[in-house]
Ligand binder design. Structure first.
Ligand code: GLY
Ligand code: MN
Ligand code: MN
Length: 373
């Protein structure tokens, strides 16, 4: 964990004396807490992590996940676990311990992006006169290129998503609801070893498939419907994110051609992906294919984003992204065409950016598939 702490400090131009991350109650848990402290399970509500430029990490855990915390730290001499009592009889014990640890420290880096305002006020009251520095760019930049352990977890999350993606066509039947299909997808991911879904599963039938961030509802599958399924697995806190689109029943020539166009757009983006290429070049390669088709202007979002401890992990590729792709990034490549009131197609894969190009982490077939009603 020392290497990760040092990596965050290296990203900061004028590094503070210490970094401090504080979790509130679920879902307001700082995802970077689990970047510094690599612990596979546990909620860690109210926990605090303090890191120093020499790589030392102090974790203040509650008794509720103390055993897991000690287990995760046992072979790492850079990590010290403190179990802070939550007893109402001693609400000040964490503050006393932090005061002791941070004696003489004047500049502290916080993750402004995820720290709650309530925590900020509490810290400022505890330590009047401290200079609080926004360290969120340091966390974002450190997290965007993955180390080997992170890649292995995302790879496993992507394998789970891919396996489930291959099963979906066999579950399509006239009359099933979007919610039933979403439940089946999430159940299958957990059966395959996921600890849950990495975001709310999107399943849209017919016209609903034309809304990129739709939530599944009671709509029933009918012959002639386009289907978009966008889902992902958590595996040891790391996300995957995959979309596959299908067609059900009665042939629709236009939607078949839309699918082929999206596939070509994804292939065009992948063609340019390698370290050093600005994200916008990959986006524009896909957009050019779609804008040369009859569906010009119907690719209505960015090409993709990094995945990691969060499904949207800090880097995104859109028409104005100057930041280059780097070796070790894991990003999605997800062009789509959306025809409001009619249907949509999106194809999304997770790739690892390698020294000379990329490697697919998701492997479900991407081609046009018409499932018989
Ligand atoms: N799952 C939402 C997205 O693909 O960004
Ligand atoms: Mn997705
Ligand atoms: Mn995505």
């Amino acid at each position: 964990m020392k290497r990760r702490v040092e990596k965050v400090f290296r990203q900061l131009e004028n590094p503070p004396d210490a970094l401090l991350l504080a979790n509130a109650t679920d879902p307001f848990i700082d995802s970077s807490f689990f970047y510094l402290f690599d612990v596979p399970s546990g909620l860690f509500e109210g926990s605090v992590a303090v890191a120093f430029p020499d790589g030392a990490l102090h974790v203040y855990s509650s008794p509720l996940e103390a055993e897991t915390a000690h287990q995760a730290a046992k072979d790492d001499p850079s990590v010290t676990i403190h179990v802070a009592p939550t007893s109402p009889a001693d609400p000040k014990s964490l503050e006393r311990e932090l005061a002791e640890l941070l004696r003489g420290v004047s500049r502290i880096g916080l993750n402004f992006r995820e720290l709650t305002h309530e925590w900020y006020r509490r810290l400022d009251k505890m330590r009047p006169g401290t200079t609080w520095v926004d360290a969120s760019a340091g966390f974002r930049k450190a997290r965007v290129t993955k180390d080997a352990a992170e890649v292995e977890r995302i790879r496993r999350a992507a394998e789970i998503g891919s396996r489930v993606g291959r099963e979906i066509p066999g579950w399509l039947a006239e009359g099933i609801t979007e919610l039933e299909l979403a439940a089946q997808i999430e159940h299958a991911m957990m059966q395959a070893g996921a600890s849950g879904r990495s975001f709310t599963t999107i399943v849209g039938f017919g016209p609903k498939s034309a809304e990129p961030h739709y939530y599944p509802q009671e709509r029933r599958l009918a012959s002639g419907d386009s289907i978009v399924c966008d889902f992902g697995a958590w595996y040891r806190r790391y996300a995957s994110d995959i979309t596959r689109s299908f067609h059900f029943g009665r042939h629709d020539d236009e939607m078949a051609r839309v699918h082929t166009t999206v596939e070509a757009a994804q292939a065009a983006a992948l063609e340019v992906i390698r370290p050093g290429v600005p994200g916008k070049e990959a986006h524009l390669a896909a957009a050019r294919v779609i804008d040369a088709s009859p569906w010009k202007g119907r690719f209505t979002h960015g090409l993709g984003h990094s995945v990691g401890l969060a499904v949207h992990d800090g880097y995104s590729m859109g028409p104005t992204t100057d930041d280059p792709l780097e070796e070790g990034m894991v990003v999605t490549v997800e062009p789509g065409i959306y025809l409001p009131g009619r249907g949509g197609v999106r194809i999304e894969d997770d790739i690892l950016v390698t020294k000379n190009g990329y490697e697919f982490l998701t492997t479900t077939p991407r081609g046009y598939l018409e499932v018989e009603a």
